[in-house]
Every structure is written in structure tokens, then in C-alpha cells.
Design a protein around this ligand. Structure first.
Ligand SMILES: Cc1ncc(COP(=O)(O)O)c(C=O)c1O
Length: 449
């Protein structure tokens, strides 16, 4: 196979080597405060224009498209957050042209950017919140989805799920896509945590499983700079809607994308097209071995993702936060902890030393009496106004003890995981306050009465 070219990196390297007089932005003129400034350029002649690309960026995006096997793949230098706004906008355009309603059916564990997109685009949300939903996970079975879609006489604009979720649970995307298509609607997947899934021996990326649109945060699970992400459009999406994708990204994006991040995506293509699959295969074996070691020591693990280790440590006598504090003393920094979970993200770039240090520290700990406190049941959303009305209203911050009966303005999240405990536009109940308390929220933003 021919190696994947890196046209954008090559252009910038040649530009730096030519030692030009930089009378253009950025203001650092290539001189270091950090050290990376020389390669941080802007849209000069020859550097192409993101979302109006016909040069080195177009060639680089085409390389990414070919690697993922999509109809179209666009870069984001502003994370999946940008891609999510754009894909929801595209779903609204597609819905209008095909006679669907503007409603989006969304599994409840959305990242908060979904809510800002709902407010910006002013679409109604119908929440999917089946039995078994928790703050971080919302398992949607094909039957649940089928029943929810049957309740709509006109198909909604789209169905929106997060997969993998923060704990590493993966939805049955192929089955959900089938149900969506049978009902004449689109499946949108927040695949921020799953960019690598396409490169497994059995590809399991939403684009492999017939989702119509998805975002990937390349920076979360691939060796890319923070902010590097993709918007993928599947072959199932109409060409008319796909033709609007660049405009959709440009609508929400900065006009000054980071060329460091774009080069990171460009360089990544070469790696994804060469040894990444092999490296991932080796990594899967290693995480499987770590999983076995931890399970043998007595820990419970959850989630289906090969690149994520999620420990549910209460049965072993520790909270997730307590384990995180113990790991930190050994300079091991997890992705996320809360009372119930400890999430560790692992990629082929994780060294054997790190995995060894992790298992050493965790297996040094003795089992203690199980902690039997349970997280509060996630309050069922009692929507009072649309996200747009709530977010566009004057708001004030109040202590949680004073917020019962008020309408939530800004979504209330801990970050990470930035998943709303209560949703913009909902009336806050006693149950909601109990949930705020459990997840350490002390103040919330409510609509002024
Ligand atoms: C599930 C999920 N979706 C979307 C996002 C936003 O992604 P990004 O940080 O790349 O903008 C995150 C960020 O953590 C996330 O966890």
C-alpha cells in the first residue's frame, strides 16, 4: 500500500525552512514563547482555506475520508463540539427537505454541547430515557427506539445517541441505524470517544455500522493535539445534504482555525494508514491482560471498549474518587472519577511502564468492606420550556437549596464528563437537588422569576 501523504505538514515545513519575512498573522511571527510557534501559521497563499478547501487541506481531508471510508470527512480544529453543532444543523436541513419534523430524539446522556446546539438551532428535544438510564449511560435497545419512533406520526429530524459513552459502553449502532432508516429518519452518533473503532480488526466505528452522521474527537483516543476532531458523513446521507457540510461547519467555526491542530490531523493520516492497526491490536491484548489482572484481584470492571478501563470500585470497598486520589500519589492521573467509577483511557501511546505502575498500585490495595450507597436515580426530565427559551432568558446563580421549583438556565454539569444532571428548560425538583448534591454541585443557574 502507498504511504498516506501529509500535504499540509509538507507545505508548512517548506514554508518554515524558507525563513520568510512574516508580515501576516499570528502576532508571534514564528518566534517562541512555547516553542511550537514556527509551525503555527494562518491561511496564507498556498495554505488553503478550511471549509473552502481546494489545495493542501482538501487533499489531507480526502486522505482522512479514504481512511475512514465515508462519503465525506471534514476536519474540526475545535473539537467534536463544533462537529456536533454542524451535524445537528445538517439534520435540520435534511429534515426540511424530506418533510420530517424538527424534533430530535436524544438519549439522555448527551454532552452539554447538544443542549447549546438545541438552543442555537431552536429544535425541540424528545428525550429517550429508558429503564437503566444513569447520568453517564443510556442504553437504547432497538425495541425502545422503535416504540419511541412509532409515537411520532411524522418522522423526527434525527435520533441522537452517544456511543461509546463516558464509561465505555457501546450502543448497538447497526441495529439502531436499521430502526431509524425503517422509520425514515437519520441516526446521528456522538462518537467523540470512538475515533479508533474503525481501525479494530472488526471495525466498529459508527460509519462502519450505517450511522448517517457522526463526530470523532481525534484528540481523545488518537495521537492528535487537543481540539483535533472530525465530522463524518456516511454514504447513506443524501448528496444534497452532504454538499452543505462545509457551510455547516463554517457557520459555527472560528475563521482562524489552528494550523497546528490541522497539521496534527494531517500527520495522523500517515500513522493511521501505516502501523496504527497493528499498534492497536497489540494494545487490545495488553488492556485485556490488565483487565484480567484487576478482575482477579477483585475489582469489578464495566464497559465494552478496548481502549478504556472503567472500574466500579465500590464492591471492592473504595469510591472512584478515593482510588483516583491513591493513584495520584503514584503520579497516575486518571481521565475521570466520581463516587461510583474510575475511568482510565489507554491508547497505543500508553507505555508498558504506565500499565505496570497502574496494576501495581491497584493490586497493592486490600479489599475492604463493600460500599453499598447507590447513586440517586436520575431525575426524569420535566420540561417546562425549550432549551432556547431557557438559555435566552435572564438567569441568576443560586445555591441548590434555593432552586426547587425554578427553571434551569445553563445546563448543570460537572466537567468532565460535562453531561447535564438536569437539562436547560427543566423545572428543578427535590429529586434533582439530591442528584446535584451527590455529584458535588453547589450552585445552579436558573431563569430569573
Ligand atoms: C461524549 C462527548 N461528546 C462530545 C464532547 C466534546 O468533544 P470536544 O472536547 O472534542 O469538543 C465530549 C468531550 O469530552 C464528550 O465526552
Amino acid at each position: 500500500m502507498k504511504p498516506t501523504r501529509t500535504p499540509l505538514c509538507d507545505f508548512v515545513r517548506a514554508y518554515v525552512d524558507a525563513r520568510p519575512h512574516r508580515l501576516h498573522m499570528p502576532g508571534h511571527k514564528g518566534l517562541p514563547l512555547l516553542g511550537c510557534e514556527a509551525y503555527d501559521i494562518t491561511e496564507i497563499d498556498g495554505a488553503d482555506i478550511l471549509y473552502h478547501a481546494d489545495g493542501v487541506i482538501a487533499e489531507s481531508q480526502e486522505n482522512a475520508r479514504a481512511l475512514f471510508g465515508t462519503q465525506k470527512t471534514l476536519y474540526s480544529a475545535e473539537g467534536s463540539s463544533l462537529s456536533i453543532r454542524a451535524m445537528l444543523y445538517l439534520a435540520q436541513l435534511d429534515a426540511r427537505s424530506c418533510g420530517r419534523t424538527s424534533t430530535v430524539l436524544a438519549a439522555r446522556n448527551v454532552h452539554k454541547v447538544f443542549l447549546s446546539a438545541a438552543a442555537l438551532l431552536d429544535f425541540p428535544v424528545a428525550w429517550l430515557c429508558p429503564e437503566g438510564t444513569s447520568l453517564l449511560s443510556c442504553p437504547i435497545t432497538p425495541d425502545v427506539l422503535d416504540a419511541a419512533l412509532r409515537a411520532h406520526s411524522t418522522p423526527p429530524a434525527a435520533v441522537y445517541v452517544t456511543s461509546p459513552d463516558y464509561l465505555g459502553h457501546i450502543q448497538d449502532i447497526a441495529a439502531l441505524a436499521h430502526v431509524c432508516h425503517r422509520h425514515g429518519t437519520l441516526l446521528l452518533v456522538d462518537n467523540a470517544h470512538g475515533a479508533y473503532l474503525h481501525f479494530l480488526d472488526t471495525p466498529a466505528h459508527p460509519m462502519d455500522l450505517l450511522a448517517d452522521l457522526c463526530c470523532d474527537s481525534a484528540h481523545k483516543t488518537l495521537p492528535a493535539l487537543t481540539g483535533a476532531a472530525y465530522l463524518h458523513l456516511a454514504h447513506t446521507l443524501s448528496h444534497e445534504t452532504a454538499a452543505q457540510a462545509e457551510a455547516a461547519m463554517a457557520l459555527f467555526a472560528s475563521t482562524s482555525p489552528s494550523y497546528l491542530i490541522l497539521q496534527s490531523l494531517d500527520a495522523l493520516n500517515a500513522y493511521l494508514g501505516s502501523t496504527f492497526r497493528d499498534d492497536l491490536r497489540v494494545l487490545c491484548k495488553k488492556t485485556h491482560a490488565v483487565r484480567r489482572t484487576l478482575t482477579a484481584h477483585g475489582y469489578s470492571l464495566c464497559g465494552d471498549e478496548p481502549c478504556k478501563l472503567t472500574i466500579a470500585p465500590k464492591s471492592f470497598g473504595y469510591t472512584g474518587d478515593a482510588l483516583a486520589a491513591i493513584l495520584k500519589k503514584d503520579r497516575i492521573i486518571p481521565e475521570f472519577s466520581d463516587p461510583d467509577h474510575l475511568v482510565l483511557m489507554i491508547t497505543p501511546q500508553t507505555s508498558d511502564d504506565t500499565l505496570k505502575a497502574l496494576t501495581n498500585t491497584l493490586c497493592r490495595l486490600p479489599r475492604r468492606a463493600a460500599i453499598d450507597t447507590q447513586p440517586p436515580v436520575l431525575p426524569r426530565p420535566a420540561t417546562h420550556t425549550t432549551p432556547r427559551t431557557a438559555l435566552m432568558s435572564p438567569a441568576e446563580s443560586v445555591p441548590i437549596e434555593e432552586c426547587i421549583g425554578r427553571i434551569l438556565a445553563q445546563p448543570t454539569v460537572g466537567c468532565p464528563p460535562a453531561i447535564p444532571i438536569a437539562v436547560t428548560g427543566e423545572r428543578i425538583t427535590e429529586e434533582t437537588v439530591e442528584a446535584f448534591r451527590y455529584w458535588g454541585i453547589t450552585h445552579v443557574s436558573v431563569v430569573c422569576s
